[in-house]
Design a protein around this ligand. Structure first.
Ligand SMILES: [Zn+2]
Length: 454
């Protein structure tokens, strides 16, 4: 492709912006990762176990929670020689991760540089932090994974995404420059009225992006709208599906609307990219240089690794976040383990078959318009200090009740703010909040962010 801006961006602008101005070694790390992805299984395991042992040594020395946990269960980091040995370390549930934030913060050896929160796909908002080296690993890993889908930083990219709350002015300016240089455009995907989707399709036609990075179900809705109203006015746009599950039928619809290049990716805000599809679309290659990803089955009081093809709970160990480690963290998602044969692409990075969690029901506004249940994750992300758990229930008459399990007694102002933010996204619908002691799991044992009564 003869795109002078892109060539200049890749060779000069981006390295200067990232390396010199923002002081990020993201690009040299990415170069490293471009090489390691072709290494043998043994070499990849050696890289992973080396990083894991360092992390465990650091955690035992400098992180109060892990010092206590390792002592209580008699674990010495030196006794961990393989990734399988990691099974000796106790799991960290999401509730525990929320409650132990202070005791998971390192007392030395690393400092929290980035504070974030997440609404979570399970309706349990959480605050967490990580250090700068971890940020560089995250960014480099994301660039590599998205690169498999043909995404290039600096090439026109449209994000069809849930918009977080407005950051401060200085932060907005920094983000603005970053996006302008990278030629990224953001369109709010939580609005699904016909007008909003027609406007989004027009924006795509005008902007002609190379890739579309999207909330999966939002893009599927948009694709259906594009096909129904014959709005496709582009050759081919690579679609990178994030944040929600991609069902086989979704892939077919996305291909019809955007072209053949549809890729599933899997990540969570706590650690960012966990896995990505390569061009063979045969499972998701895991980010093993940055994470240990286990898929486990807990039954009859025991825990074991899921067999290939079997669904289990996702357990994550973040290898480079020393400031607030996540070690064997149950992030609330379910995934299908395997496949174990080698991918035809030649990469030896292990894979998971698919991700089962991350399903949010679609609600209806007063005009019958579709509203993604994921907007609640966006609304509750900045409220992690106030709300432990939430669930939105839409009754048959259309009215919505937001159930809240508060972290501390919620004042009337916060409740009203939550009600107003939800009502804004659901025009014509009566919205009320209700404080409850707990939110029961569904019959399948899952936590649901949204329930639409039919
Ligand atoms: Zn592959």
């Amino acid at each position: 492709m003869s795109d002078l801006y892109l060539t200049g961006f890749e060779r000069v602008l981006f390295p200067v912006w990232e390396g010199v101005i923002r002081g990020r070694p993201t690009l040299s790390l990415r170069k490293h990762l471009e090489q390691t992805q072709w290494r043998s299984r043994d070499e990849l395991q050696a890289i992973q176990i080396g990083a894991l042992r360092s992390l465990l040594r650091h955690a035992a020395r400098n992180v109060p929670l892990y010092r206590e946990r390792f002592a209580a269960s008699g674990i010495a980091p030196e006794s961990i020689h393989t990734v399988e040995d990691l099974a000796k370390v106790p799991l960290l549930t999401r509730d525990e991760a929320i409650d132990t934030r202070a005791r998971r913060t390192a007392t030395s050896g690393a400092t929290v540089a980035v504070n974030k929160s997440t609404g979570g796909t399970t309706g349990q908002p959480m605050q967490f932090g990580y250090d700068l080296p971890s940020e560089h690993w995250r960014q480099a890993m994301r660039l590599r994974g998205w690169g498999w889908a043909g995404h290039r930083t600096g090439a026109r990219t449209l994000h069809y995404w849930g918009m977080p709350s407005r950051p401060a002015l200085a932060q907005r300016m920094k983000i603005g420059i970053d996006r302008m240089l990278k030629r990224e455009l953001y369109v709010d995907c939580t609005q699904r009225s016909d007008e909003a989707m027609t406007a989004a399709a027009r924006t795509i036609a005008r902007f002609q992006p190379e890739s579309l990075i999207c909330f999966t179900q939002a893009a599927v809705d948009l694709a259906r709208h594009i096909l129904t109203h014959s709005l496709r006015a582009w050759e081919s746009v690579a679609v990178l599906c994030c944040a929600e599950r991609l069902f086989p039928d979704d892939r077919r619809i996305l291909k019809e609307a955007f072209g053949e290049n549809v890729f599933e990716t899997y990540g969570c805000r706590e650690v960012m990219l966990i896995g990505s599809e390569c061009d063979r679309h045969d499972g998701l290659h895991l980010s093993v240089e940055n994470l240990v990803v286990e898929v486990i089955v807990r039954e009859h009081g025991t825990t074991r690794a899921a067999r290939p093809g079997e669904t289990g709970e996702v357990v994550i160990t973040d290898l480079h976040n020393y400031a607030m480690p996540f070690i064997r963290y149950l992030n609330g998602d379910l995934a299908v383990a395997g496949p174990v044969d080698e991918c035809a692409c030649g990469r030896r990075l292990p894979r998971i078959a698919s991700v089962e969690g991350r399903v949010a029901d679609t609600l209806r506004d007063g005009n019958g318009g579709r509203v993604s249940g994921l907007m609640f994750n966006v609304i509750f992300t900045p409220l992690a200090a106030d709300v432990r758990q939430f669930q939105a229930v839409q009754a048959r008459d259309g009215s919505v009740t937001i159930k809240l399990v508060p972290m501390r007694p919620l004042d009337e102002k916060t409740r009203e703010m939550i009600r107003k933010k939800c009502a804004e996204k659901l025009p014509g619908v009566s919205v009320k909040t209700e404080v409850v002691g707990e939110i029961p799991l569904s019959r399948s044992g899952k936590r649901q962010v949204t329930i639409v009564e039919r």
